[in-house]
Design a protein around this ligand. Structure first.
Ligand code: FAD
Length: 568
């Protein structure tokens, strides 16, 4: 019998993404192992990521959420699955776990040769007065989902407040709107989806508002009453239903007494072989602390893709196959009504925190050739190293094919590729799918222009601090300019720029804007070729306008709250 097929007794705690994945791979690796899986809930291997869409009735049949049943899984993989069995504690010296069977209410011990911990993370329930009322929910499990759906069926709530505007919060906003409910999101920081930077959130906010969701940004919920959520500002937002989605916390209370090392937030500390501090005890998934792939920062990144990859790795390691976990990139994506928001790698926020230098490029591109019907814009922020152009991170908002662009960049980051590599990527093209210069190539071209100093970019946030001798030059057409421009900008359209150079004072620093940054780049080259000092606004007027619309939306919400009699 080879090392892989040694008969060992392996216990797994947690039967969803990580735990079920370990069990299946273990069995594929080793036909002789005795595998016991404990799951305190009543389901294994279900699609938690699909739960919001069951609430919205996009997924209509509960059975579609069940990727596996106890019977099907145990038959196929010969695993002893114990549902409603909760592991209460671990004795790492005796190599046993204590378990309660919630059906029989009996407690028993089980010994192990190897122990795998994948208990996940549970929604944080803030200590808000009123948070335990029957119309206040969290969403993690199938029973949570059924409770929300049943409440909607029985009570027909007119209004809902979602506290927390992360991925689950915005997905739930869309799915509650499917029921015609008036939804508000209360978010503690200045933008939705904390994984992206503030400057990538404007289009997202505008879209969410256009879909009838009210956003209370930079606002803290302070208490919940039967009909409202009261904010720290004093505002009372109507809520027949409340969803708490302010994040998750590793579900590791049962591990505390074992002596297995936990971090400050309760995360299980593991090494690059996903071993805990106790011999023969492995851990994975939402419950562990990881290193970020690029920044090597300690983090908790609760996502399904890393949990599944870690599951394969743990099973291999237990079977003597050498593997290493190289860190989590945090590649994530969400459908937000008709929009898609996606992120991978480091953000400006994280790089600033880590003190890692970076440069950034912004590009608006179309999802495919504009002459083929249906092309939709997407906005890409590409973040890269000033020294060698190594790609550090990316964020994309758009409507179509955002997923494939973020995945190309995610792959590039995993391969430690640079902006120069990204320029060279030969990506599939025909008019219905892309352009001969794919949006990813375009982002890289702009990044390369920045690295080679062919362009001197400036950004939306710089507009408030331009030097005194700055001349803001709008190079769009007269018609575009008249429909709206950045305050203080003078207009010389790109195509008449060479003829009108005499109108531009030579002692001024020229800050150019256009619609998205493309015509501005051409104008920048013309001006530089004629001896001017010029730089170009990446993202252009469009990015500016998105921010203005967002700000106006925020002000409108504030005004309406006063007018409609909400308490202040
Ligand atoms: P889980 O899948 O949560 O499994 C842990 C299991 O362990 C639970 O069933 C729990 O009951 C059980 N357990 C805990 N303690 C014990 C104990 N003491 N004894 C026995 N059993 C125990 N990620 C994405 O990447 N994309 C998405 O679109 C996405 N959408 C999501 C939507 C929702 C609503 C939710 C809740 C999560 C979503 N996630 C998404 C996150 C993803 O589901 C998790 O990252 C993934 O499930 C983590 O796997 P895990 O095994 O660590 O934990």
């Amino acid at each position: 019998m080879n090392a892989k097929n040694i008969s060992q007794k392996i216990l797994i705690v947690g039967g969803v993404a990580g735990g079920a994945g370990v069990a299946a791979r273990l069995r594929r690796n080793n036909e002789n192992a005795r595998i016991i899986l404990f799951e305190k809930g009543e389901y294994i291997s279900y699609a938690n990521c699909g739960l919001p869409y069951y609430v919205g009735k996009i997924i209509k049949d509960k059975s579609d959420l069940l990727l596996q049943t106890k019977k099907g899984f145990s038959q196929r993989f010969n695993v002893d699955i114990r549902l409603k069995n909760e592991v209460l504690s671990i004795d790492t010296a005796a190599r046993t776990v204590t378990v309660i069977d919630h059906e029989s209410e009996k407690t028993y011990e089980e010994s192990y040769d190897k122990l795998v911990l994948s208990p996940g993370a549970s929604p944080i329930r803030p200590r808000l007065p009123g948070a335990d009322m029957p119309h206040v929910f969290t969403l993690r499990t199938i029973p949570d989902t059924l409770r929300i759906s049943e409440f909607i069926e029985a009570n027909h709530p007119r209004t809902a407040v979602i506290i927390g505007g992360g991925f689950i919060g915005v997905e739930m906003a869309e799915n509650l709107r499917e029921h015609g409910i008036d939804v508000s999101i209360v978010e503690a920081v200045d933008h939705l989806i904390g994984a992206i930077d503030t400057d990538m959130s404007y289009d997202l906010h505008n879209h969410v508002r256009a879909k009838g969701v009210r956003l209370f940004l930079n606002q803290l919920a302070q208490s919940i009453t039967e009909k409202t959520v009261v904010l720290a500002s004093g505002l009372a937002v109507e809520a027949d239903l409340v969803l708490l989605s302010i994040g998750v916390s590793p579900e590791t209370a049962f591990i505390r007494s074992s002596g297995i090392a936990l971090g400050a937030r309760g995360q299980i500390i593991v090494n690059e072989r996903l071993e805990t501090s106790a011999p023969d005890v492995y851990a994975l998934g939402d419950a562990i602390g990881v290193k970020t792939f690029t920044g090597r920062e300690d983090a908790i990144i609760p996502l399904a893709s890393p949990a599944n990859k870690q599951a394969r790795l743990v099973a291999d390691l237990i079977c003597g196959i050498p593997r290493t976990y190289n860190g989590t990139q945090g590649t994530a994506i969400a459908k937000v009504f008709d929009m898609t928001v996606a992120v991978t790698g480091e953000s400006e926020k994280s790089l600033t925190r880590l003190g890692i230098p970076y440069l950034k490029a912004y590009t608006y591109s179309n999802s495919h050739a504009t002459y083929y019907p249906g092309a939709m814009p997407m906005f890409i922020k590409l973040i890269f190293a000033p020294s060698d152009g190594k790609i550090l991170g990316a964020q994309i908002t758009g409507y179509e094919t955002v997923d494939k662009r973020i995945d190309v960049i995610a792959t590039a980051i995993r391969g430690s590729m640079t902006v120069y590599d990204l320029e060279e990527l030969e990506l599939s093209y025909a008019p219905p799918y892309s352009s001969a210069k794919d949006p990813v190539n375009m982002a890289a071209y702009v990044a390369e222009n920045i690295l080679s100093k062919k362009t001197s970019p400036f950004y939306l946030n710089d507009l408030g601090s331009l030097p005194e001798n700055a001349l803001l030059l709008d190079t769009r057409t007269v018609g575009e300019y008249e429909r709206g421009t950045i305050p203080g900008a003078v207009n010389i359209p790109l195509d008449s720029l060479r003829d009108r150079l005499s109108e531009i004072p030579v002692d001024k620093d020229i800050y150019i804007t256009c619609q998205i940054g493309l015509r501005g780049y051409l104008a920048e080259q013309i001006l530089k070729g004629n001896g001017y000092k010029a730089s170009n606004l990446l993202g252009g007027y469009r990015h500016f306008q998105a921010r203005e619309t967002d700000l106006a939306g925020q002000e409108k919400t504030n005004r309406e709250c006063t007018v409609c009699g909400m308490e202040k």
